[in-house]
Design a protein around this ligand. Sequence first.
Ligand SMILES: *Cc1c(COP(=O)(O)O)cnc(C)c1O
Length: 399
Amino acid sequence: MTQQFLEMPDAQGYFGEYGGQIIPPQLKAVMDDINDAYEAVRQTAGFQEELADLYAHYVGRPSPIFHAKRLSARQGGAQIYLKREDLNHTGAHKINHCLGEALLAKYMGKTKVIAETGAGQHGVALASACALVGIDCEIHMGEVDIAKEHPNVVKMKILGCKLVPVTRGTRTLKDAVDSAFEEYLKDPVNFIYAIGSVVGPHPFPKMVRDFQSIVGREARAQFLAQHHKLPDVVTACVGGGSNAIGMFTEFLPDAGVQLVGVEPAGKGLDTPDHAATMTLGTKGAIHGFVCYNLQDAHGEPLPVYSIASGLDYPGVGPQHCYLKDVGRVQYEAITDTECLDAFMALSRSEGIIPALESAHAVAYAMKIAQTMAPEQTILVNLSGRGDKDADFVANHLGL
Ligand SMILES: *Cc1c(COP(=O)(O)O)cnc(C)c1O
């Protein structure tokens, strides 16, 4: 079982029946090149040392594990611990894989890194990594999102990336993906498309997972050193699934550790306003790979929703789909209301304002802590900080 997890995906990029490359042959050749370059470069001491040095001295790794004592006492039950990815430079886990992607682009001699961004979180992390590495960066963003996400838009401009406003269709994330992809296809040999999660065609789900797995490697060693045992439950929020797979990978062989991915139930699983892909999705293809999907009868992605804009994706990483099917990871859904309660509870009992995405995992931990014994432990991946969400929450709650 252990080997089976660690050797995934197979040479074609499949995790069981999920993943792969559902793309035209021209693009498949380009993706295979990226895979070959990645497999070659990752073996070199130069690449590993450069990445490790940036993790330590640029991102500020290792991030600490914090015992949320007052939050645990408030709930009554298991002890809740937080892996503080919110303390990373740029405020979330995304910098872990953006640095890996930017470095790979440099090693491959690419001239430009291209990506789309929705709320701007991926855009800011990628623009930071590209500024650092010294490579051109072009981010496509819908006009509607540009109007909504002013602070991130300004940051991307300051960081020197080329921001391309997308005026077609609904002028949101979906159109930004199409627009960025068209630019990429103009010269896929010299450009590289930097995907923002463990999604897209092979090798991206594998590469992004590998770059994020530093989170679980650190967390497992830190927890063992502090407690001389492993946590009973490890949990993380799931949008595309990068922070969750980064946390889970090192724990996969530990059969005694329960792993739980937390999806957005939005306004309720009985409404159309959610993004609970694992809970309610069906198998299908999206954006070049096979996974659980929220799609209509014609196979078109449904308009998904979450209060946390980083979680509203109609697909999900292929490895998560596999881990659900084999029963190694369990997936639960948390509503907007539960998320907001957790956002305020963590802020007021620990002085830590979480990202709304991360608050989904905190909410799940708060819920199950009450059903567990005080000597039991829950480790939450606190994927990011809530600066970006503070205005919205204050307005929403009338503070
Ligand atoms: C983008 C984002 C997420 C969702 O992405 P995953 O790939 O599912 O991890 C979660 N938390 C934060 C703070 C984010 O910025």
